[in-house]
Design a protein around this ligand. Structure first.
Ligand code: BGC
Length: 758
């Protein structure tokens, strides 16, 4: 206790004068001097302790049981743990912090991390769905709310945002990121970091964020989780790294590395990624936490002989903290003593960890995030209202033949059918933090809340999707045999004027470890859909899912399709808002929807190839058994109104050096209701030192238009807009011709040309 008091005294006397700015915004002053002064007091054992993270799933409110837990508790008391994860209540966090603060020699406070991915208690749409809103302010707001609800439970660090660009719908974790585009994902990354960390990381209503998984994890071969990633340096820099650099520049406090190998080197052991790029070229000064056990996983990768060897590789590569892997604990001290690891590397890692802790204000008050009164101040009701607002903005209208939607007041009899129609759990999605089981508003409930007494709503489940125990860790048991509910559903459909069919994926069908070789409507859902379709074709198909699905039959046969993702707590109310026209849908897809799973990985910003098209021969780049291209492209989404784009105008057809040009396009709402349109700007570098994508998103603007109203979207183009990671390994704009494209989605575009010279 004495030493801690001494440290506090020195701090309050302004003893530490050396200040250094870092990207992490914090009002705590003179952080660098303070970090050094603490580091100077530490033994090697204590330094290594800071680099260890424990899972806190044992009972912290009583004595630890089991030798492993007993040992963990002892190490906590000795100050040999840097942080914990999954400790989930103000009481439990305070208890763990006290064990550390009241018993350890130097009293260095712990951080408490948790996967707060799309909300803590109030659950927002899964990140892929939320990105479909293209509403950066909304995404920042949901992160701010998640931060507040987290600290109210003692959690002060989230392992979010996940900003892995992913182009493969088979990958279960595609639900956790922002889809296939590096530019859009970069924008979301910044919004999320700002939302979680706010203006001042030491504000006890903010939490530290984590940019993960560094790097390449989303491009796993075959879309199979944890699989090898085989991409070259140019692709890595142009596609994978931009969102991470954006997060680093936004001052994200921590990074998490990833499970995969990239070009056969495990990311966790990659010096290039962590030391050269992240901490070198980007000059970022937060700390890197490993993914769960990813340091020891270098053993099965065939990259490390044992835990000690794994620790040596990871620390040299720049992994600063070992999440539950036991490698640093087992190896680091020994490695330093044997001269295999320079203590300077340990100092660098510890300095980074202490820096974040200082910036969080933990040294000023280790209990600043354990305010048991905060929970009473959290406006959970307001958070629900915001969750509904963001959920409705995330919905994408995929098809609306004959204006079947919005549902007209004259439709008196509606049958709501499907395994997910009254499912109150699936909309909470995977990675649900403390979102309670069955706590979402179902579609059935949402519709009943919204319609008036003159509408009759009937309901039939038809078939069950996932049966038995559903959990984060085990595979879902899909019902393939029980058809007993189908006749009732068909009967109800026959007697209704309109059918709302709610199909898709169970919450635990996407997420970690849940890659699928098939991405159609699982189980007996297609059978149910076809049988209902035989008796009533007036169907609105509402999809609830965490990944793009193969819905080609539905796209051809069902008149209206609404992509409603897993929208969180207020899901059913938000869906009802859209179905009944109280909100005019404005979402656009952040990921391509395939015609068939065999097209995956599928993404709009592909390369042209040397054989893009040949009308006469078969020998060009395509599949012979299917129409090329997506079913629904990136950026696509309809509205209840229509928008007309005028011809784009470019202020100058040539720019040079630091010059710029303005691309503008006037958009008119030509329909009868107010609506929002996300105007998208893409470009193509026609000839470059490395093959460039056929188009890539470089800007977007949301216009809100009254019927008949016209507004203009504007995009400024300068050398920064045109630059890419060249064959020479530099970010720069190369001279030559560029195609600039604007429009409502990545396929429906008008084009102008621009010439750039240096
Ligand atoms: C996941 C991470 C997560 C960590 C801690 C890992 O399995 O890959 O994204 O943050 O577990 O829960």
């Amino acid at each position: 206790m004495k030493k801690f008091k001494l440290t506090l005294l020195l701090l309050s006397l302004g003893f530490f004068t050396y200040a250094q700015n870092s990207g992490i915004k914090s009002s705590v002053e003179n952080v660098e001097g303070k970090v050094d002064s603490v580091l100077n007091l530490m033994t090697l054992e204590e330094k290594v302790g800071q680099m260890v993270q424990y899972n806190g799933s044992w009972d912290l409110t009583g004595p630890a049981s089991g030798s492993d837990n007993k040992q963990k508790e002892e190490r906590l008391k000795k100050g040999l743990v840097g942080s914990m994860l999954n400790v989930l209540s103000v009481e439990a966090v305070e208890k763990a912090q006290r064990l550390n603060m009241e018993n350890s020699r130097l009293k260095i406070p712990l951080m408490f991390g948790y996967d707060v991915i799309h909300g803590y208690k109030t659950i927002f749409p899964v990140p892929l769905g939320e990105t479909a809103s293209w509403d950066l302010e909304a995404m920042e707001e949901s992160a701010r709310i998640a931060a507040l609800e987290s600290v109210a439970e003692g959690v002060n660090w989230t392992f979010s945002p996940m900003i892995d660009v992913s182009r493969d719908a088979r990958w279960g974790r595609i639900m956790e990121g922002s889809g296939e585009d590096p530019y859009l994902t970069s924008k979301v990354a910044v919004a999320k970091v700002n939302g979680y960390q706010g203006e001042d990381l030491s504000d006890p209503k903010t939490i530290a964020a984590t940019a993960k998984h560094f790097a390449g994890y989303g491009l796993a071969e075959g879309g199979k989780d944890y699989n090898a990633v085989n991409i070259g340096t140019n692709e890595l820099h142009n596609v994978v790294l931009p969102p991470f650099e954006a997060a680093a520049n936004a001052g994200v406090a921590t990074f998490m590395n990833s499970f995969n190998t990239i070009d056969n080197i495990p990311a966790t052991g990659s010096e290039t990624l962590q030391r050269e790029i992240l901490k070198g070229a980007w000059n970022w000064n937060g700390f890197v936490v490993s993914d769960w056990g990813s340091i020891t996983e270098m053993i099965p990768h065939g990259f490390a002989r044992d835990k000690v060897h794994a620790a040596e590789i990871a620390v040299k590569a720049g992994s600063d903290m070992d999440m539950e892997g036991g490698a640093y604990e087992a190896g680091l001290e020994k490695l330093v003593k044997e001269g295999k690891v320079d203590e300077k590397l340990i100092d660098d890692a510890v300095r980074r960890i202490l820096r974040v802790k200082f910036k969080m204000g933990l040294f000023e008050d280790p209990y600043r995030y354990t305010n048991s009164n905060l929970k009473d101040e959290v406006p959970y009701d307001e958070h629900r209202a915001t969750a509904r607002d963001i959920a409705k903005k995330s919905i994408v209208l995929l098809k609306n033949e004959n204006d079947l939607l919005p549902i007209s007041n004259s439709v008196a009899k509606i049958a709501v059918i499907g395994p997910l129609a009254d499912d109150k759990d699936t909309p909470i999605g995977n990675w649900r933090a403390q979102g309670e089981k069955n706590s979402a508003v179902s579609v059935l409930e949402g519709l009943k809340n919204a319609v008036d007494a003159s509408n009759e709503i009937t309901y039939a489940k038809g078939v069950t999707l996932g049966q038995g125990e559903r959990s984060f860790l085990f595979p879902l048991d899909i019902n393939e045999t029980d058809r007993s509910g189908i006749p009732e559903a068909v009967e109800k459909a026959r007697n209704a004027e309109l059918v709302v069919m709610v199909l898709g994926e169970d919450a635990f069908q996407s997420g970690e470890g849940r890659s699928q070789a098939n991405i159609g409507l699982a189980g007996l859902q297609m059978e149910l859909l076809k049988e209902v379709h035989q008796v009533n074709q007036n169907i609105v198909l509402v999809l609830i899912n965490g990944r793009p699905l193969e819905i080609t039959w539905a796209a051809e046969n069902i008149p209206a399709i609404v992509e409603a993702w897993q929208l969180g707590t207020e899901s059913g109310n938000a869906i009802a808002d859209v179905l009944l026209g109280k909100y005019n849908p404005s979402g656009k897809l952040p990921v391509s929807f395939p015609r068939a799973v065999g097209q995956e990985p599928l993404y709009y910003n592909r390369k042209n190839t040397g054989r893009p098209y040949s009308p006469e021969h078969v020998t060009y780049s395509h599949y012979t058994d299917i129409e090329n291209g997506p079913l629904y492209p990136f950026g696509y989404g309809l509205s209840y109104t229509t928008f007309e784009y005028a011809e784009p105008e470019l202020s100058a057809s040539e720019i040079s050096g630091d010059g710029s040009a303005r691309l503008s396009v006037a958009v008119t709402n030509t329909g009868e209701v107010k609506g929002k349109e996300i105007v998208q700007f893409y470009l193509r570098d026609l000839v470059a030192s490395a093959a460039r994508p056929v188009k890539e998103l470089k800007g977007f603007e949301m216009l809100e238009l009254e019927p008949g109203e016209t507004k203009t979207a504007e995009f400024i183009i300068d050398s920064e807009t045109l630059q890419f990671y060249t064959a020479d390994g530099k970010w720069e704009a190369e001279e030559g011709e560029f195609e600039l494209m604007v429009g409502p989605d990545s396929e429906d575009l008008q084009q102008v040309k621009l010439n750039y010279s240096k």
